[in-house]
Design a protein around this ligand. Structure first.
Ligand SMILES: [Zn+2]
Length: 256
């Protein structure tokens, strides 16, 4: 058994047996891990109230050598993020960030996923509720890049030729295509110059806002890209709820 103490962020918790909880963490030193917090549901326990959704701190973990479920021995909270529970817009965006990390993150020791996850949630915390969607989209694309699937935006995904203005975005090819490659590739979506610039800014770390019509187009583009490159066939429930919520809002805005 190896014991580690590592910076960690709580992405998901659920009750386990009579008195315990299973907690899914993204950690700096071990990537995404599942741990059992024994006794965490007892009134007085060593975890206290600190072990809460989207809280970060130092996790003391006993790593099991052969199983995927490790043991949490302690959690010293350094920060909670109550703002994420105070607005449905923020909570929906945070849930998508969590879902992407849990679904596509792995046990690893690079620490970069942990850093991106913390930055992402903090960007949503800092965003005004009506800008949480844009912060969530920006974060989701940064996570996609973190997983190794950054789309080609400045050069053609196939021939690396220069791009200008509106282009075709082809999911399978991995991003934007020049005119001649677009003619040969089937399918794809038109990506206006502004949307391409926005995507580039998001991946580079800026959370620039977009209007609600563009938000829906961006959500669709992101969903299709995830389905093409990352999906294991299981539905992304938080993402679906997020997209549905945005769709409902656009209709309400369009109503007289
Ligand atoms: Zn090309």
């Amino acid at each position: 058994m190896r014991h580690i103490a590592t910076d960690a962020l709580v992405l998901h918790l659920f009750d386990y047996r009579e008195t315990s909880r299973i907690v899914r963490l993204v950690t700096r030193d071990a990537g995404v891990v599942s741990v059992v917090a024994r006794g965490a549901r007892r009134p007085r326990n060593q975890f206290g109230a600190a072990l809460d959704l989207f809280a970060s701190g130092v996790a003391h973990i006993r790593m099991h050598p052969t199983r995927d479920l490790h043991a949490l021995n302690g959690f010293e909270a350094a920060g909670s993020r109550p703002e994420l529970g105070e607005s449905l817009d923020r909570f929906a965006a945070a849930s998508v960030i969590s879902e992407l990390c849990l679904r596509f993150g792995r046990e690893s020791e690079t620490g970069s996923l942990y850093a991106t996850a913390i930055e992402s949630l903090d960007a949503v915390v800092m965003a005004a509720p009506d800008r949480a969607v844009a912060a969530g989209l920006a974060s989701a694309w940064r996570l996609v890049a973190e997983f190794g699937f950054a789309p080609a935006l400045d050069q053609c995904a196939v021939c690396h030729g220069a791009l200008a203005g509106e282009v075709m975005f082809h999911h399978r090819a991995g991003g934007a295509l020049c005119e001649s490659c677009a003619r040969q590739a089937r399918g794809g979506r038109r990506l206006p110059a502004e949307a391409r610039a926005t995507l580039g800014s998001w991946i580079a770390g800026s959370d620039i806002d977009v209007d609600s019509a563009s938000v829906r187009a961006h959500m669709r583009l992101l969903r299709e890209f995830l389905e093409e490159h990352l999906s294991d066939g299981r539905p992304l429930r938080a993402f679906a709820a997020w997209e549905q919520r945005q769709g409902g809002r656009s209709m309400a805005e369009a109503a007289p």
